[in-house]
Design a protein around this ligand. Structure first.
Ligand SMILES: [Zn+2]
Length: 473
């Protein structure tokens, strides 16, 4: 913590106090108010170092009062609250943190309140412990809110607008409602132990403190017009997500490999999924970013699957594992997410993910026969999901066989119409011999007829399945 080079490097002289001494060998808690004000006046620009101090509710109020001019909102310079124990309520409501604020390893024994607080730089709450049920915010962090390895013993509500929220390794023992505006979310290795929700900010029902703070953020950062109300989920890798639901979250860059309980993750319809490229050779469908990265890493799909929206922000520094996965790993991600959406009765969404799963399985098929079967299934009917493709295949089959039957199927050449009718009838009659209309069938004709009687119902079945998948929305 070199930025907090302490202006005093010794400790409070009071018995059993390990707090950083601010003046007269006393910590912020043990200085008289007048002494505190005098000491702070020496270094108005900070940094303020109150490491390892046990701060009472009263002590904190005195500290904030000393930083408030004429009763206005307290404004703090760079502050180091690392290792601090807030023995009672820690009330930072309305406080402006003008520079970086560190609460690393801080312990909040009472309620922690940051309502209307504004952090102009990072708010670092790494390894902080929150003992009490409560609500953090709504507050604004202009750079990163870091909750890595933080421990929330009771249920907590966190409402924040930030550039990024990182909670790697955090544990929400009682569950969390995390309502976030704008931020990129790094939620890897998080333990969502109880029912939890990560959601965007619904503007309509939002607390006005949050809204005005958010507009201040927009103006200050020149973000006007580009602020997202949907937070952007970057990673859930390695997290416990069985009790988690996502609502109004942007999933374009979201990565899921290794999340536990992914098949129980609830993704509400308000979330936005990334789409694969659509066009003549591609099927527009909901996908996961991990497939985009895999496609972009191949020569064949590199250009068609290029996507800026899937980009991983630099601050994540690849801490959650490789960007490009193997196709079978991506298939397992799709399978789990598909099961989750099936359980949510979202059939159309589930069928998109099923398509992705089958694509990945086709690309990682181990044996030639597996690959051939999957390729055929894909080519004929889009894995039983594309009704138009299945119907077109059926029509092509009928016409092709009509020509064959006309040329070789009968002892004498019948009109094409006769052959066509015979072909159509064959495809739809598995058990009944089709009507030949008096024309005599050759052996070749009989063989073609048998082939049609087997292939026809299969293709009809695929058409039926595909239509059903479309209709069941
Ligand atoms: Zn002390």
């Amino acid at each position: 913590m070199s930025s907090f080079a302490p202006h005093v490097d010794d400790r409070c002289s009071q018995d059993d106090c390990s707090g950083a001494a601010i003046a007269r060998f006393r910590c912020v808690e043990h200085l008289a108010y007048g002494e505190l004000v005098d000491a702070l006046a020496q270094t108005p620009e900070g940094p303020l170092d109150v490491r390892d101090t046990v701060i009472s509710a009263n002590g904190l109020q005195r500290l904030l009062r000393a930083h408030s001019i004429a009763g206005a909102r307290p404004v703090l310079p760079a502050v180091n609250f690392s290792g601090v124990e807030f023995s009672a309520r820690a009330d930072f409501a309305g406080v402006t943190f003008n520079d970086a604020a560190s609460f690393r390893g801080a312990r909040f024994r009472g309620e922690a309140c940051f309502e209307g607080a504004l952090f102009r730089k990072n708010a670092d709450l790494t390894s902080a412990a929150f003992d009490r049920y409560g609500k953090l915010g709504p507050f604004v962090v202009m750079e990163h809110l870091v909750l890595d390895d933080a421990l929330f013993a009771e249920r907590i509500t966190i409402e924040v607008a930030a550039a990024a929220v990182s909670a790697r390794g955090a544990k929400f023992a009682g569950g969390v409602l995390l309502r976030v505006g704008h931020a990129e979310l790094g939620l890897d290795d998080v333990d969502f132990a109880r029912a939890s929700t990560v959601s965007g900010v619904g503007w309509a029902d939002t607390n006005h403190v949050f809204l005005s703070a958010f507009h201040a953020l927009e103006a200050d950062r020149g973000w006007l017009g580009i602020v997202r109300h949907q937070p952007r989920l970057i990673t859930l890798r390695g997290s416990q997500v069985a009790a988690l639901s996502l609502s109004d979250v942007d999933l374009h860059a979201a990565r899921y490999l290794g999340a536990h309980g992914l098949e129980a993750l609830s993704v509400e319809a308000s979330c936005s999924w990334p789409n694969g490229p659509s066009g003549r050779h591609h099927v527009g469908r909901e996908t996961v970013a991990e497939e985009h990265f895999w496609r972009m890493s191949t020569r064949r799909y590199h250009w068609t699957w290029r996507s800026k929206t899937a980009a991983v922000p630099a601050w994540l520094n690849n801490r959650d594992g490789p960007t490009v996965l193997a196709a079978d790993q991506i298939a397992s991600v799709y399978r789990a997410l598909r099961k989750a959406r099936e359980d949510d009765k979202d059939e159309a969404g589930a069928s998109d993910l099923y398509y992705g799963e089958m694509e990945m399985r086709r690309h990682c098929a181990r044996t030639r026969s597996d690959r051939a079967i999957l390729s055929l299934y894909w080519a004929l009917s889009g894995y039983g999901l594309k009704s138009a493709r299945a119907l077109a295949t059926l029509a092509a089959l009928i016409v092709l066989f009509s020509f064959g039957l006309q040329s070789w199927g009968f002892t004498s050449d019948p009109p094409f119409m006769r052959a066509l009718l015979y072909s159509v009838e064959s495809t739809s009659s598995l058990f009944r011999t089709p009507e030949s209309g008096g024309w005599k069938i050759t052996y070749a004709g009989e063989a073609m007829q048998i082939a049609l009687r087997v292939l026809g119902p299969i293709l009809l079945g695929l058409v039926f399945l595909a239509v059903r998948a479309r209709v069941k929305r």
